[in-house]
Design a protein around this ligand. Structure first.
Ligand code: ADP
Ligand code: MG
Length: 698
């Protein structure tokens, strides 16, 4: 399909081209794949004799007479009598008018509604004073004897998304008069055998049917076909990209020696849940296999991903190999480090921490880097500072990325390049709906921890007044528990809001909570300060921790049972759920209180969802629904392809099937050189040109 601008299409021009552009339609190909958002079944006309008051009706018949009337100083009416053999109804068109207007606002209508012409009219019926009327919405003349089919009536008609300045009827007409050209130039991609096996339409036919279907069923099959085509292209593209990196065997091998794993398990103080055992098995079997691991580990907040990752890192250490854990924030890196130190006390494992800033009482950056490059650090934990050139490993074999959604693909690649074909484990606590995971990661294997450790009591989420929230905090603290108060701080550089949080903390600690021990934590503090506050809180020397969202990920203090979130309406659902995951980690009942201004619909919906479920997958699904996949991943460069016919929420099964087919195709024909795959190859070039480095296909 030509990349020609829509502007040069008959009837479009620069002004409409600009409006199209607002809807993402720039080229002819964009227009061809600008699919309807729904359909209206206009296959039959109603009989005038049976018209009901206020029904949405379609009539068709012969024009008997028409006239233009003045209905007031600024309103004119065009009225046409239509006879369908069962009765007469009047089609009404209203136009604003002024007495200075020179052109005739009804010129077009007068021509179309000439006496004796046949016409379709749709609109709301009004019956009164012995007259039947229709407030006309759309109309179309037709010729009962002619071959040419009507565009807007007598069929299932498409309903397109619109923008200001583009009307439904005009757009439908435009697509209708170009559909043959679109169809003939459409690049098909799905190989014949797959089409037959999946019982799909031929793509060209699907394109015709998605715009102007023979029936609603045919429209759905057309959509499914085109969606499958989109998914097949994406899955093939992803596999091709990975094929290059994954085909070779890795250099290292692991043996389960249990010299570290067994003492670690014994010290742990709890049993792994069966969900944890299952994913540890999956990970170990990947690591011991010949090909590098490429696995996504999903688990709701608090499901115990850290000890799973640590087990994998210990397997590496047992084999004399290094592993790295990449954390999204300094606080989280430090938390992991402290936690690992505790869990591994007495075991022969050497830890190192690499962050951007210097930590008090720890080794200098240079010393740490030397340990790592000499292979004298087994497990290295760090922030993106780990990605710097100066960090060199001696024998890195396993890379774990925590809270993946905060890292771009490039950053991940940066770390994996520090080793030759390392095993990669990506962990996320923003549970990604399976369909989206498949979409984002293609052939990444997915492990899910689908249950929480035993004994957890679900967090109660409440929407209360500030007074009630503060009393709840006091009550819990009197019972020996601890609390968080969280302020929104979307960007770490958001100075004004930071000031607000700091000011608030000072005020609260000298008034409302003057009899309590109040601490403050935010991203602008130095590592040493942050560390100090966190360890005071861990040691129960602070009752109430006032914080920005720096605590969103990873903070693990089981004695904290209340979290009050200020301006909850400003946080996204994923963030709210992450924050809530900081409590409910112990054996006490916990409360998450949302202080929110429910002025907007969005805010109301978000808060409602938070109040209604604790299930991270449901939250994520709703989040995706509310915000769409683009925003779901925030500012991260995710490279998520856009689907026009496909719906990543509804089409899970279709995505999986496309994925299987893509695997099979490439398994048999890794360069897409066979004639039966030539269309697919062309389709790929067209769809992903410039978006992925696919230049080396074939
Ligand atoms: P997340 O998946 O959010 O990273 P963590 O790994 O931080 O979760 O685990 C949450 C808490 O649960 C930690 O305090 C951890 O020690 C504890 N935990 C993990 N696994 C178990 C288990 N099987 N039984 C009891 N507690 C566990
Ligand atoms: Mg975690």
């Amino acid at each position: 399909m030509p990349e020609q601008s829509v502007q040069y299409l008959k009837g479009v021009g620069p002004r409409r081209a600009e409006m199209f552009s607002k809807m993402g339609v720039n080229t002819l190909r964009d227009l061809a794949s600008f699919f309807p958002r729904g359909y209206e079944d206009r296959r039959s006309c109603g009989k005038i004799i049976t018209l009901q008051n206020s029904e949405k009706a379609i009539i068709c018949g012969k024009v008997e007479v028409s006239e233009a009337l003045k209905a007031g100083p600024s309103l004119s009416i065009f009225k046409a009598a239509i006879n369908d053999g069962t009765g007469i109804a009047y089609a009404l068109f209203f136009r604003k008018s002024s007495r200075y207007q020179k052109h005739d606002a009804f010129a077009g209508l007068k021509k179309d509604f000439e006496k004796g012409k046949y016409i379709f009219v749709s609109g709301a019926a009004e019956i009164g004073h012995g007259q039947k009327q229709i407030r006309a919405e759309e109309y179309e003349p037709y010729d009962p004897g002619a071959m040419k089919k009507p565009v807007h009536f007598n069929r299932v008609v498409p309903v397109y998304p619109l923008t200001e300045g583009i009307s439904q009827k005009w757009l439908r007409g435009l697509i209708s008069s170009n559909i043959e050209k679109f169809v003939s130039e459409w690049q098909e991609s799905i190989p014949e055998t797959i089409l037959n096996r999946e019982k799909l339409l031929r793509e060209k036919n699907a394109l015709a049917q998605i715009h102007f279907p023979d029936s609603p069923e045919s429209a759905e099959l057309a959509r499914k076909t085109l969606a499958f085509s989109e998914f097949l292209l994406m899955e093939t593209a992803l596999h091709l990209v990975r094929q290059k990196t994954r085909r070779e065997n890795k250099a290292v091998s692991y043996e389960i020696k249990k010299t570290l794993l067994t003492p670690f398990k014994e010290k742990l103080g709890f049993e792994f849940t069966s969900a944890q055992k299952k994913v540890i098995n999956e990970i170990f079997s990947d690591m011991r296999g010949g090909l590098p691991m490429n696995r996504l580990l999903m688990g709701d907040v608090g499901s115990g991903k850290t000890v799973v990752a640590l087990s994998a890192m210990l397997l590496a250490a047992e084999n004399g190999l290094q592993s790295a854990l990449l954390a999204p924030t300094e606080i989280l890196a430090e938390q992991h480090f402290m936690k690992f130190e505790k869990l591994l006390k007495g075991l022969d494992v050497r830890l190192a921490l690499v962050t951007g800033k210097l930590s008090s009482g720890r080794k200098t950056k240079k010393e740490t880097h030397e340990l790592i490059s000499a292979g004298r650090a087994d497990i290295v934990i760090g922030t993106h500072a780990l990605l710097e050139k100066s960090v060199q490993f001696k024998k890195l074999s396993l890379v774990v990325v925590d809270e993946q959604h905060r890292f771009g693909v490039m950053q991940r690649a940066g770390l994996t390049q520090k080793a030759e074909k390392p095993d990669v484990l990506v962990m996320t606590a923003t549970p990604i709906p399976r369909s989206l995971a498949l979409t984002l990661y293609g052939d990444l294997d997915v492990s899910t921890i689908d249950s929480l450790p035993p004994g957890r009591i679900p967090v109660s989420t409440l929407h209360l007044s500030r007074d009630k929230a503060y009393s709840l905090i006091k009550q819990e603290v009197r019972n020996g528990r601890q609390a968080y108060i969280v302020y929104p701080l979307v960007e770490e550089s958001d100075k004004i809001e930071l000031k607000a949080a700091v000011k608030e903390a000072n005020e609260l600690s000298s008034s409302e909570f003057k009899n309590y021990r109040v601490g403050l934590l935010h991203g602008q503090m130095s590592s040493a300060e942050k560390e100090k506050v966190m360890s005071l809180f861990c040691d129960r020397k602070i009752d109430i921790l006032i914080s920005t969202t720096v605590i969103e990920v990873g903070i693990d203090v089981a004695n904290a049972t209340v979290m009050v979130i200020e301006h909850a309406e400003r946080f996204g659902l994923a963030t709210l759920h992450q924050l809530r995951g900081r409590i409910g980690r112990g054996r006490e009942k916990s409360y998450c209180v949302l202080l929110a201004n429910l002025k907007t619909e969005q805010a109301r919906k978000r808060i409602e969802i938070m109040l209604s479920t604790n299930d991270g997958f449901k939250v994520a699904q709703e989040d995706l629904r509310l915000r769409g996949p683009g925003e779901f991943f925030g500012t991260v460069q995710h490279g998520l392809p856009l689907f026009k016919a496909g719906d990543i929420i509804r089409d899970t099964a279709l995505i999986e099937s496309a994925r299987r087919h893509a695997r099979e195709i490439l398994h048999n024909d890794s360069g897409l050189a066979l004639p039966e795959n030539s269309m697919l190859k062309k389709g790929l070039e067209l769809a992903y040109k410039g978006r992925m480095s696919l230049s080396k296909i074939g």
